[in-house]
Structure formats: C-alpha cells, structure tokens
Ligand binder design. Structure first.
Ligand code: 13P
Ligand code: SF4
Length: 332
C-alpha cells in the first residue's frame, strides 16, 4: 500500500490540539520534522509511543499511542510494528523490550532515567526478602530489569492495589516508591513492607500548596500516588495519569489542578475545553530529554536501541507478564 505524504493541511488540522499551548507559528515550525518522522515511521514499520508527560509536539504531533506506563507496555506488546520508539524514560523502553523482544526498541535519549528506578538495586530486593522471607515482592514498573528479575510481580500506579491484593498474602514487600506504598497500605488490609524510594518530581508538592489552590480557586485537585501521603489526603482524587484523565471525564470540573508532572495538563487540556487547568510546574527532567529532533534522529539511525541482559531477561519478563496475568484473572 502506498501511503500519501504528510501534508501541510494535515499539520494544520492537528493544530487545534495544541492551540492553547503554542502559537500557530511555533506549530508550523515543527512541520518538516513531523513530516520526516511520519515518513520514517512508514519506511521502518515503526510506532511511536508517548507517555502522558511528553512535550506537546511529540504527544500531539507524532505519537501513535498516548498513555500511562500500563497502556504503553500493553501497546508495545500488542503492536505489529517492527520498531517501537519509546517517548518516555528508560524503564518504559526496557519494559517494552521485555514484552516485545523481537522488536527494535528505541529510546531517543539514553539519559532519560528515573529517580525511583535509581533508588533500588537487586541486592536491596534480596536483602528485603531475607528479612521478610514469607512476603512476596511487588515491584513498581519504575524499576530496572535487574530489580524486576529479583521481584515476583510488577505493578503500575493504575493497578498497584489490585496486584497486591490478588496475591492473597498477609504481607507484601512493595518497592521502590514509599509514597505509592503508603497509598496502597491505606486502602488494603495487607501489611505493606515499603522501600525508601521517591520520585524527585512528585515529592516536591506540599499539602499547604493544595490548600492554597483550593482556597483561591476552588479547583478540583487530582494527585498522582507518587505524591506524599499529606498531598494524597488533601486531593479530591488520587490515581495514575490515565486514572486522572478518567476522573476528569467523570467530574468535568470548571477548574482543575493536576498534582503531577506539568506537561500532563498541557497534553490533556484540549480534550477538556470547558476546564481551566491551573499549572503548578514541576517538570520531570528525564521526560524532557526526549525531543522531536531526538525522535527523528532515533528513527533515522535506528539508535539508541534498548537491549536487556540475556541473563536477566527471562525472570524480568516473567515478573511483568505476571502482572498482565493477574489483571486478566481479575477481569475474566
Ligand atoms: P503513570 O503510570 O501513572 O503514567 O506514572 C508513571 C510515572 O513515571 C509517573 O511519574
Ligand atoms: Fe521517574 Fe518521577 Fe520522572 Fe516519573 S516523574 S519518570 S517517577 S522521576
């Protein structure tokens, strides 16, 4: 099948998605790069996956799938593409490679890490197991393949509570995010044994800041569970990035504040024209390393590619697959 070229008309047709965020001139300046990326996608049989925290020109310009960690992992596994470009951070690309080992997985900047993934090693997981030998280990998807290989089952912020409860155990080791662990602990009878990891972006939000928003603007407050327990308690809704979008759909508030990485409000604002988004700006420096020109270079050069150590891959893959199996069991 011959695909037509990406045209200026198509580019203009996408502009309403970002018109609240950038002047038309800025969007037009991205045209050549977007057109070349679209062309390379066709030539390489490639798909671009973009996390909700990505820059608008990536999220609205070239992404084939947009979503949270869970959605992107599932999309990587299901896609028929031969090449996956992960517009997100390293653990997301590694998870995609685990689930799609025969595909070429590209991460446009290998420096796009994550403070949570960096907060724990496999040796730390083994030490926790030695201290709590009867407790299974649930690891957040924001971990390295090495940590996944040392854990029993993976989870994301969208399914952490269900995964913990699905194990039917009285106690569970939950790594590495102490705030997500605290959120799970507040909603379950399972005893949660946490690790001390934190997200460098979400830990910066404070409860007084939220009270101020509420007092001054009466905004509907949605917080990510990587925020502190005080922030979680001050929010109207706590959930994953996709959970927040769903909550906005239900609540349709006049004003909202997303207590999470600030690109998220930019990206979702076009889907909620009736909502005014207040924008506290905490950017994730790792997510911001991914740029439109970086995506273009990755597709052109088929680099940098993500590989997972063959000694770790089977155990790490099983850890992620168990998450999907548990989810399937719960919904079947
Ligand atoms: P989500 O899975 O909710 O998208 O979160 C991933 C993440 O890194 C949040 O900081
Ligand atoms: Fe990691 Fe926090 Fe950035 Fe998410 S926002 S990728 S948890 S550092």
């Amino acid at each position: 099948m011959i695909h037509p070229d990406y045209t200026r008309d198509e580019h203009s047709a996408r502009y309403p998605r970002v018109e609240r965020l950038m002047p038309a001139m800025e969007w037009d300046a991205h045209f050549d790069t977007v057109r070349e990326i679209e062309q390379l996608k066709r030539e390489r049989n490639a798909i671009v996956l973009a996390h909700n925290y990505q820059r608008p020109e990536i999220f609205h310009g070239v992404a084939d799938v947009q979503g949270d960690s869970l959605a992107l992992a599932g999309a990587a596994a299901r896609s028929r593409a031969e090449v996956v470009v992960m517009c997100g951070v390293h653990f997301m690309a590694e998870t995609a490679k685990l689930l799609a080992p025969r595909k070429t997985v590209l991460l446009p900047d290998l420096g796009a890490g994550c403070s949570l993934a960096d907060s724990i090693t496999a040796a730390d997981v083994r030490a926790l197991r030695a201290a709590h030998p009867r407790a299974p280990v649930v690891c957040y998807v924001n971990t390295s393949a090495e940590v996944k290989a040392a854990s029993d089952v993976c989870c994301t912020s969208a399914n952490a509570l269900q995964i913990v409860e699905s194990l039917g155990e009285p106690e569970v080791i939950f790594v590495p995010d102490q705030f997500l662990a605290a959120w799970v602990a507040r909603h379950t009878r399972v005893r949660i044994i946490p690790w001390k990891g934190r997200c460098e972006v979400h830990e910066r939000f404070t409860a007084p800041e939220i009270e101020e928003y509420r007092r001054d603007t009466q905004a509907y407050v949605l917080a990510h569970p990587e925020c502190s327990p005080e922030v979680q308690q001050a929010a109207d809704y706590v959930g994953s990035t996709s959970g927040m979008i769903e909550a906005l759909r239900k609540a349709r508030p006049a004003r909202a504040v997303l207590i999470t990485e600030c690109s998220m409000a930019d990206n979702v604002s076009s889907a909620f024209p009736q909502t005014e988004f207040l924008r506290p700006c905490n950017l994730c420096p790792h997510m911001q390393r991914i740029t439109l020109t970086g995506v273009h270079a990755a597709l052109r050069d088929l680099a940098p590619q993500i590989e997972v150590d063959e000694a770790l891959a089977p155990a790490a893959r099983a850890c992620v697959q168990r998450m999907f199996e548990q989810m399937y069991r719960l919904t079947a």
